[in-house]
Ligand binder design. Structure first.
Ligand SMILES: [Zn+2]
Length: 145
């Protein structure tokens, strides 16, 4: 999660909402990603999607077996779908997203038995750090306006 936070900081440095994601397989880091929706001018530029994209390229397939994801914010519907479709096994997220979190906050797309692949999810990992970086970013953004 520390590495995911480092990724989130990279996003903040370029004026992007600070969300970072890391995909690991055992002790090995397979890929990293951070939110680049503004710089890429693309709605698909979420940290999780970027990390999944890189991991698929690296591992040479659409499935990411034995892979886990650490992400600083609860995944949105798009990313939850991508996580399920890439067969990631475990997701650990930091801050909860009451408005669009799809791991139980708004809806729970990871509910076991809902789809043909079950993902184990635990939230609130380093929650304070993960939500602080977001609230600081938005505070700064409002100050600049
Ligand atoms: Zn997302």
């Amino acid at each position: 999660m520390k590495e995911a936070l480092r990724q989130a900081k990279k996003a903040a440095d370029i004026g992007e909402t600070p969300v970072g994601a890391v995909i690991v397989r055992g002790a090995e880091i397979i890929s990293r990603g951070y939110n680049r929706r503004e710089t890429k001018k693309n709605a698909l530029g979420h940290a999780e999607i970027i990390a999944i994209n890189k991991a698929c390229k690296k591992l040479g397939g659409w499935r990411l077996p034995k892979c886990d994801m650490y992400v600083t914010l609860e995944p949105c519907p798009m990313c939850a779908g991508a996580i399920i479709n890439s067969r990631i096994e475990n997701v650990f997220f930091g801050a909860f997203d009451k408005k669009s979190g799809c791991a139980g906050s708004a809806v729970d797309l990871f509910e076991h038995g809902l789809f043909n692949h079950n993902v184990n999810v635990s939230g609130g990992i380093m929650e304070t750090e993960c939500s602080q970086i977001l609230s600081l970013f938005f505070k700064e953004l409002r100050r600049k306006k």
